[in-house]
Write a protein that binds this ligand. Structure first.
Ligand code: FAD
Ligand code: UDP
Length: 362
């Protein structure tokens, strides 16, 4: 008999398992239908011995000292500030758009205040910023929007930015200084021996049992438990009763190249060319020293694993119906990116799981 059955061994499930076992002394069974722990953050050594992220680049960043310190119990950190270049008009220029981006793209020598003026002259007046198009055109105008955001977003989401909530493109800031870091958070670091190793240490408590290759549906009748924590897709739990919640998927093409460096930056975005959105070269992220290098190409698609909840009003409305059902289901707690249908980063999922733990603990 377990106190908790936890579905999913990603951040949401593993944080709750660790807290419930180590802090509250509960007996916990974690099941995952994949053959590994760590959810989408799973990393492993590929055939050439290079550490890669199976489900695309995962870069840790947060403003929460609580989240950073909590995870720091299970890993040492390697300082890492992420940088991205975008291929635009035949050049590789920094993203987020900053002073160097504009100066290089247009052959100018603007200062920061002149760049603010440049943006202000081009920005479109938007009464109420609702969509992902509004966010960008109201800040930098339509030309830069078209070069950097319109086509990337259409490719990534299969939707025009005007059909997506403002929150999607608002993830990427616009800067008038020369700061070329992708994130502005206080804490930016990578687990020094990888994510999977960090999860192994979280789940190593004797009160935690882990069962892999096990779908919730297959085992639910076989195990005794008092409460359920569910981190899979909330609509799937309820047999898609109100219809399917839309998710965007990706196909990953991993490649190893027989040279030490493949590209000039950890990630290169391709807004206007190619069917893929970006190429990531893992050694930049991990700091690994190796004669070869491994990269991953991301091809967005509709079918496949549910990676991205799609933030737009009609989906929020459908999710609200599932949320009401979830709230009315005693003994079952929904958490995580899929369990609460939120486009959350890793740190937000950790914070959400710690909050749920505090509630369970009472
Ligand atoms: P998941 O990691 O998806 O874990 C859920 C687990 O539940 C899965 O392992 C799944 O197999 C299992 N499961 C589902 N249903 C069942 C079932 N019925 N039975 C058994 N098991 C089940 N965040 C960042 O902070 N920085 C980044 O750079 C970053 N990059 C990303 C890049 C990509 C391509 C993607 C897709 C996401 C990225 N994220 C990033 C987001 C990050 O992956 C998530 O925030 C985080 O992994 C979510 O954790 P989770 O536990 O909610 O879900
Ligand atoms: N985006 C874009 N061009 C870029 C980078 C991002 O249009 O060069 C948009 C796109 O819609 C993307 C969103 O901004 O989905 C958020 O970008 P982020 O890099 O945070 O996406 P993620 O890493 O979550 O896939």
């Amino acid at each position: 008999m377990f106190d908790y059955l936890i579905v999913g061994a990603g951040f949401a499930g593993s944080v709750l398992a660790e807290r419930l076992a180590a802090d509250a002394g509960k007996r916990v069974l974690v099941v995952d239908r994949r053959p590994h722990i760590a959810g989408n953050a799973y990393d492993h050594y590929d055939d050439s011995g290079i550490l890669v992220h199976k489900y695309g680049p995962h870069i840790f960043h947060t403003n929460s000292s609580e989240v950073f310190d909590y995870l720091g119990r299970f890993t040492e950190w390697r300082a890492y500030e992420h940088r991205v270049l975008a291929s635009v008009d035949g050049q590789l220029v920094p993203v987020p758009i900053n002073l160097d981006t504009v100066n290089r793209l247009y052959g100018l020598r603007l200062s920061s205040s002149e760049l603010e003026q440049f943006f202000a002259e081009r920005a479109e007046r938007v009464e109420c910023v609702r969509t992902s198009e509004d966010v960008i055109v109201s800040r930098v105008g339509r030309e830069l929007y078209t070069k950097f955001f319109r086509n990337y977003t259409r490719k990534q989401w299969g939707l025009d930015p005007s059909e997506l909530d403002a929150s999607v493109t608002a993830r990427v800031p616009v800067r008038s200084n020369r700061d070329d870091r992708y994130f502005g958070d206080t804490y930016q670091a990578m687990p020094s021996r990888g994510y999977t190793r960090m999860f192994e240490r979280m789940l190593a408590h004797p009160n935690i049992k882990v069962m892999l290759n096990a779908d919730f549906r297959e085992i639910v009748g076989e195990v005794g438990y008092r409460e359920l924590i569910y981190t899979g897709p909330v609509d799937e739990y309820f047999d898609h009763r109100f219809g399917k919640l839309p998710y965007r998927s990706l196909r990953f093409r991993h490649e190893t190249v027989d040279k030490p460096v493949f590209q000039r930056a950890p990630v290169v975005n391709y807004p206007n060319e190619h069917p893929y959105t970006r190429i990531t070269e893992f050694k930049y992220l991990t700091g690994q020293d190796h004669g070869k290098t491994s990269v991953v190409y991301e091809y967005p698609c509709d079918d496949g694993d549910p990676y991205y909840p799609i933030p737009r009003p009609e989906n929020a409305e459908l999710y609200r119906r599932y949320k009401a059902l979830a709230d009315a289901t005693p003994g079952v707690h929904f958490v995580g990116r899929l369990g609460t249908y939120r486009y959350y980063n890793m740190d937000q999922v950790v914070a959400q799981a710690l909050t749920l733990y505090a509630r369970l603990r009472g």
